[in-house]
Design a protein around this ligand. Structure first.
Ligand SMILES: C[S@@+](CC[C@H](N)C(=O)[O-])C[C@H]1O[C@@H](n2cnc3c(N)ncnc32)[C@H](O)[C@@H]1O
Length: 405
């Protein structure tokens, strides 16, 4: 089954079913988050693997984080890694060479974003040439402008008024005839913005926002659309609302926490940012040990996100202020240095234990993307799903191309 081709036709359904089985069969391995458990439910069953992961360092975890499938670890790790690779394999959509545009088109666009836009645009091959692009959650409309430079019409929908104004100004300056409309795409009147002549495009519209597009565009009879989803966990509902019949009848029910798993891959951050992130997590893990003692309850206690300045406080103050915030009992005399060190030790363990969970990151993402693809197939679209760029440009590199039959 491994393929370096995009998924198309019946392969979408058969791959979805295989992913569904894989995710259901191993739920006990990927659902519990090491961050919130002192001991994971699977550790007793796979003791050799658990012990092996727990003795590794933070640096070793970091090195394996983005490609856990490559780690040689005790079973069942290697076997699951092989299955994960097989089930996640999906090739690039064919690319065309884009006509180059004036360099000033990309002024104001951060370098990586422009590369994503170029990659996305180069994959848009449709039977019928688009006449009117509809850039969905467009920001300043950079993607739409990149595509509409040959005189096709362009409408950009965006709800941040500053981005709408900045986008309109850029289009005028570049001589591109575009309408930048202020629109909350979740509002009841949004359907009025779509018609069958539009070719909607959405680069990284979050959870509900791109799902809304899929529903409205298929209802409006848009002849073609292209969507690169992201932030599957940004939804209003309290749990995942499957779109396709297959997903609706699957036993796999996904919580908001589960939906965050595909997003846990990190784009390489600088040393300072990494250190800050690690310090924050090590402190939280140390505080978690303390709060279990203070409350006499051996359970994780969610804490709010804290301003970065909290990391400049001495560790004892950090714990005392957080305990006060959570209205916990007074803290008895502590060996703060020892508690802080236990936080760092736990961080190394958590990050290594997470590697097993991370084997399910891409399979879960593909399951979610294929749910969208299957929904569109059911609405009479011919759908192709593949990558539009390498993951170092963006880990959210899957694109769904749909054309009405
Ligand atoms: C991740 S950005 C992507 C922007 C652009 N497509 C790009 O790739 O640069 C998501 C955009 O959606 C906009 N947005 C968020 N919620 C929205 C809503 N309810 N209606 C319209 N736009 C929304 C945000 O303001 C932001 O510009």
């Amino acid at each position: 089954m491994p393929t370096d081709l995009p998924l198309h036709d019946d392969h979408i359904r058969s791959r979805f079913q295989a992913l569904d089985r894989f995710l259901l069969d191993h739920q006990t391995l990927w659902r519990p988050r090491p961050f919130t458990h002192l001991q994971l439910p699977w550790e007793s069953q796979h003791a050799e693997l658990a012990t092996w992961l727990r003795q590794r360092t933070l640096e070793q975890a970091e090195a394996a984080h983005n490609q856990p499938e490559r780690l040689i670890a005790p079973q069942p790790f290697s076997q699951l890694a092989a299955e994960s690779i097989k089930l996640s394999s999906v090739g690039p959509l064919p690319a065309t060479t884009l006509e180059s545009v004036e360099a000033r088109m990309s002024v104001d666009v951060p370098g990586r974003k422009w590369q994503q836009i170029e990659a996305f645009a180069s994959r848009l091959q449709f039977q019928h040439p688009p006449t009117h692009w509809l850039d969905w959650c467009a920001g300043k409309g950079h993607l739409g402008r990149r595509l509409a430079h040959q005189g096709q019409a362009l409408t950009c929908l965006e709800y941040n008024p500053d981005l709408v104004a900045a986008g309109a100004q850029l289009s005028t300056r570049l001589g591109i005839n575009a309408s930048h409309l202020h629109q909350d795409v979740m509002a009841d009147d949004t359907h009025q913005r779509l018609n069958a002549q539009h070719t909607p495009i959405a680069l990284h519209a979050c959870g509900d926002l791109h799902v809304q597009l899929i529903k409205l565009a298929s209802h409006a009879g848009c002849a073609q659309l292209a969507i690169a989803p992201c932030c599957y966990n940004r939804i209003n509902a309290s749990e995942y609302q499957p779109l396709s019949q297959e997903a609706q009848t699957s036993a796999l029910k996904l919580s908001i926490d589960d939906l965050g798993l595909p997003l846990s891959e990190t784009v390489t951050a600088g040393a300072r940012v990494r250190r800050q992130r690690d310090t924050s997590m090590a402190r939280r893990l140390a505080f978690d040990l303390l709060q279990r003692e203070l409350r006499g309850v051996d359970d994780y206690l969610p804490t709010p996100s804290l301003p970065a300045a909290w990391l400049d406080k001495p560790f004892a103050d950090y714990c005392q202020h957080l305990a006060a915030l959570k209205e916990l009992p007074a803290i008895p005399k502590q060996d703060w240095a020892a508690l802080e060190a236990r936080g760092w030790q736990r961080l190394a363990q958590v990050r290594n234990l997470e590697l097993l969970r991370n084997l399910f990151r891409r399979p879960l993402e593909l399951w979610l993307v294929l749910d969208r693809a299957l929904y569109l197939q059911d609405k009479n679209y011919d759908v192709r799903t593949g990558t539009f760029c390498e993951p170092h440009l963006t880990p959210r590199n899957l694109l769904i191309l749909s054309e009405l039959k």
